[in-house]
Design a binder for this molecule. Structure first.
Ligand code: HPA
Length: 277
C-alpha cells in the first residue's frame, strides 16, 4: 500500500476514535514522559491499535498517542517516538507527523534528551533549539514529493519558529527556569559519539547532540506546521575528559528536566490561547 493511503487510513481511524480537534501536537523524548501528566481528559490509543503505525522500542518510550486538554486546549501527545536507530525508515520515523498534518495540527512541540557540546552547559537544564544540523545521513523527504503535503524544496530558513522561541524564552524567564538556546546536531546513533566526533560537532557550530527530532522538524516544515523544540541537556558531551555515558543516566536527568520543559510548554500554550480554540 502506498504511504499516502496508509497515512489517510491512520487519520480516519483516529478521527473515528476521538472527537477532539487538536491544533497542538507534542512529541515526548527519552525520559520525558512526565510531561504527559499535564494533560487532562486523557484518551490513550496504543500505536499497535492504529493501522500502519510503527511501534516504538526505545527505552523510556511508551508507544501511545494521548488525546487530552492542556490548559483547556485540545492537544495530542506522542508518548514515545520512533528513532532512525531502531531500524525504521525516515518515512516511518515521521509518519505520525504526517498524520498530525492531515488532522489539522498547526503547532508541533518536540522534546529530546541531548548531550551538551557547549562548555557552558550544565546537565539538567532545558535548551531551546534555534536551529539544527542534519548529520543523520538521510532525509525524510527523499523520494517522490507528495505535492498535496508540501513543496519539493521546502524552505528551512526558520525551521524553528522565531515567535514560539520568543514565547518560550519569556515563559522561562517568568518562571525563573534557567535555560539555554542553541543549535542541535542530529546523529543516527545508537552509539554515543567519540571524543573526535564531539570535537567536530563543536567545530561545526552545534551546542547539543542527539539522535532524534530533526526528521520530524523537516517534515513539519514541509507540511507548514510551526515548530518549537526543547532539549533536555542530560550530559556533558565535552571531548576533553569525556566520561563513559549510559542510557540510564540520560533517562534520569531527562526526567528531572522534563518538569521544567512542561512548565514552559504550558505557558506557551496558554499564551497562544485564542489562536488554538
Ligand atoms: N549524544 C547523543 N545523544 C544523546 C546524548 C549524547 O551525549 N545524550 C542524550 N542523548
Amino acid at each position: 500500500m502506498d504511504y499516502v493511503q496508509m497515512v489517510k487510513e491512520s487519520v480516519d481511524f483516529l478521527k473515528n476514535r476521538v472527537r477532539s480537534n487538536p491544533k497542538v501536537a507534542i512529541v515526548l523524548g527519552s525520559g520525558l514522559s512526565v510531561i504527559k501528566e499535564s494533560l487532562t481528559d486523557q484518551i490513550k490509543i496504543k500505536y499497535s491499535e492504529i493501522p500502519h503505525f510503527p511501534v516504538s522500542t526505545a527505552p523510556g518510550h511508551a508507544g501511545e498517542l494521548i488525546f487530552g486538554k492542556w490548559k483547556g486546549i485540545d492537544t495530542v501527545l506522542m508518548n514515545g517516538r520512533f528513532h532512525f536507530y531502531e531500524g525504521y525508515s525516515m518515512k516511518e520515523v515521521t509518519m505520525a507527523i504526517r498524520v498530525f498534518q492531515m488532522m489539522g495540527i498547526k503547532y508541533l512541540f518536540l522534546t529530546n534528551a541531548a548531550g551538551g557540546l557547549n562548555h557552558t552547559f550544565e546537565p539538567g537544564h532545558p535548551m531551546i533549539i534555534t536551529d539544527h544540523i542534519n548529520f543523520m545521513g538521510d532525509n525524510p523527504l527523499i523520494g517522490k514529493n507528495i505535492d498535496e503535503w508540501g513543496v519539493r524544496f521546502p524552505d528551512m530558513s526558520e525551521a524553528y519558529n522565531s515567535k514560539l522561541i520568543s514565547m518560550a524564552e519569556e515563559a522561562a524567564k517568568e518562571l525563573i527556569i534557567p535555560y539555554y538556546k542553541g543549535v542541535y546536531v542530529a546523529v543516527s546513533g545508537p552509539s554515543f559519539e567519540t571524543p573526535a566526533e564531539l570535537r567536530m560537532f563543536r567545530f561545526l557550530g552545534a551546542d547539543a547532540v542527539g539522535m532524534s527530532t530533526v526528521p520530524e522538524v523537516i517534515v513539519a516544515n514541509h507540511g507548514g506546521i510551526k515548530v518549537l523544540a526543547i532539549s533536555a541537556i542530560t550530559d556533558r558531551a565535552i571531548p576533553e575528559g569525556l566520561k563513559p555515558l549510559t542510557a540510564q543516566e540520560v533517562l534520569e536527568v531527562a526526567n528531572r528536566t522534563g518538569i521544567q520543559i512542561a512548565k514552559i510548554f504550558e505557558a506557551v500554550i496558554e499564551n497562544l490561547g485564542e489562536e488554538l480554540k
